[in-house]
Write a protein that binds this ligand. Structure first.
Ligand code: C5P
Length: 237
């Protein structure tokens, strides 16, 4: 029976949010942002361990108390220059700490998506459990899409038919993810599924929830805080 592990890359600097502190450590609902994602995976009975991938230069992690998660949490200071590198370095380092088989599932989740609900996580795991390829949470694009010039003038309108916005978690078998990310151009990909797609697989798009958005811009912080405080993160998919 295959096991499931969460892998949270948290080695980014979060420059777009315009704060000095890397965004995974910005305070949200009284906790550092990454605490919320760890907590959701921690509560999931099917998740055996949670791996957090930090920058080798990280000086902030140790300033917080993570002991409530200690029986499931493994911290690896092997982050790389890009998200893909951080994930791959983490995947390669995992077997030195726990017993992992090629068929085990890895759920890669951005530290910057603190509003993932337990229901969404369970839904993804149910939907992917019997899938040959794996897949990800995603949402059909709702807005009209414009292609713009460098000077912010609209050139034309792109069809949004069959377009999805990728979220995380992205859930793949250990061996497929290592193979895909090893062959990927790490500076060009922004998620794990695109590396898998490059090997001609078609990851399953599992309907996500807009509340599981990626905190990127300063105004996102207040919205995430509201969602976490109101407990709306537990709404159904
Ligand atoms: O920058 P962005 O929001 O796309 O980052 C997504 C996730 O990837 C974040 O959790 C961030 O900390 C992580 N990341 C990383 N190593 C990098 C860049 C980003 O682990 N070099």
């Amino acid at each position: 029976m295959s096991k499931s592990f969460a892998l949270i890359p948290a080695a980014g600097s979060g420059s777009r949010i315009g704060k000095k502190r890397p965004k995974q450590y910005l305070t949200l609902a009284g906790k550092p942002m990454i605490h919320h994602a760890i907590h959701t995976f921690y509560r999931a009975p099917r998740i055996a361990h949670i791996f957090v991938i930090l920058s080798p230069n990280d000086e902030l992690w140790s300033q917080y108390d993570w002991s409530e998660f200690s029986n499931k949490l493994v911290v690896l200071n092997c982050g790389g220059a890009t998200r893909a590198e951080s994930v791959l370095n983490g995947l390669r380092a995992m077997p030195s700490t726990v017993n992992i088989s090629n068929q085990d599932w890895i759920l890669v989740h951005d530290a910057a998506r603190p509003c993932l609900s337990s229901k969404q996580l369970e839904f993804l795991m149910d939907e992917i459990a019997d899938d040959e390829t794996g897949g990800l949470l995603a949402i059909p694009v709702a807005d009209t899409l414009k292609r713009g010039t460098m000077h912010h003038r609209a050139i034309n309108t792109e069809s949004r038919e069959n377009l999805w916005q990728a979220q995380t978690p992205q859930m793949f078998r250990y061996h497929l993810l290592v193979k895909a990310l090893s062959q990927a151009n790490a500076s060009q990909i922004t998620d794990d599924a695109s590396a898998v797609e490059a090997l001609q697989y078609h990851p399953k798009l599992v309907l996500g929830n807009t509340l599981n958005f990626k905190v990127t811009y300063p105004q996102d912080l207040a919205l995430a805080e509201l969602i976490l405080q109101e407990g709306e993160k537990n709404c159904t998919p």
